[in-house]
Ligand binder design. Structure first.
Ligand SMILES: [Zn+2]
Length: 291
């Protein structure tokens, strides 16, 4: 069965670099059938950002790349910006904790401003390291910035795309409460790189963005949502296969269309409905004339 012409094919979390695959990788996504990317910022420079200006430049690189992708491939690329939570560790080392925290606060505020100015659609990745942080003071600082990120998302009326460890049910409940305490609807707290199915049937809780492994997709296709699919593609030639390839999600959609045509319409959950329910708007049609 062919894919419905009006079905967007969306990768909800990837990184592309102008120094690596960049626009070419997006063109590959496009040729495989992809239409929309949520392009999350990353450190493009070799050095860790140690001043606000470096984060501003980093966000600008993401924005310029998104514009090029759109112009040259027709893929709609939405920017997601924030200081990467793990940057805090290196910054604390180099600058001391108070200065590093001040830098991350300012960068989170900047990310919020970008959303309010409609230069980005969400703040991310925010959260905390996915591993144990040995220094308790750094750990506390990181949790404090996590809370700030949630309130920046609330004030900017957007989702927070969260980087953290794999969550069990208890931790999902805890984060759910934390979002509420910050005034952010829990649904707008999106756990990126989700590798296990979230408990279903809760009226209102965090939204998983599932890593689009084949068995994962088939499993969660039964769930009412909202949930997303992502590759977390890294665009790093030195780490091939670290995450899923950029063409994975369109390939999964084609596979569902061929092997499970009765489930094809369920792909509207991650590709349309989740965007409406979590972001509050509908994905705009891509420019089919380009490419
Ligand atoms: Zn990522």
């Amino acid at each position: 069965m062919p894919l419905p012409a009006d079905l967007p094919i969306v990768d909800h979390h990837c990184h592309l670099s102008p120094h690596a695959g960049g626009v070419r990788a997006a063109a590959r996504f496009r040729s495989a059938g992809g239409t929309h990317l949520f392009l999350t910022t990353q450190n493009y420079a070799a050095d860790l950002p140690l001043e606000l200006e470096s984060y501003r430049r980093q966000f600008e690189v993401t924005e310029a790349l998104a514009a090029r992708i759109r112009g040259e491939t027709g893929v709609v690329a939405y920017c997601v910006v924030a200081p990467y939570p793990i940057d805090l560790l290196g910054a604390a080392d180099r600058l001391g904790i108070p200065t590093a925290v001040a830098l991350h606060r300012a960068a989170l505020e900047l990310a919020g401003r970008w959303v309010r100015d409609r230069r980005a659609v969400a703040i991310g990745e925010v959260g905390r390291p996915h591993f144990e942080v040995s220094d308790p003071a750094v750990h506390r600082a990181s949790e404090e910035l996590f809370d700030l990120a949630l309130s920046v998302a609330k004030d900017s009326d957007c989702p927070a795309i969260v980087h953290c460890e794999d969550l069990n049910e208890e931790e999902i409940v805890r984060l759910d409460r934390r979002a509420r305490a910050s005034g952010l609807p829990p649904r707008r707290l999106v756990k990126h790189y989700a590798r296990a199915r979230f408990p279903a049937g809760w009226p209102e809780h965090l939204t998983p963005s599932y890593l689009a492994r084949r068995d994962m997709v088939l499993e969660v296709l039964e769930d009412p949502g909202p949930w997303f699919l992502e590759t977390d593609f890294l665009d790093d030639p030195n780490r091939p296969g670290a995450v899923l390839d950029i063409a994975t999600i369109p390939r999964r959609a084609m596979w569902i269309a061929g092997a499970h045509p009765e489930k094809l319409e369920r792909l509207r959950i991650p590709f349309e409905r989740a965007i409406r329910e979590v972001y509050g708007w509908s994905p705009e049609p891509e420019e089919r004339s380009v490419a």
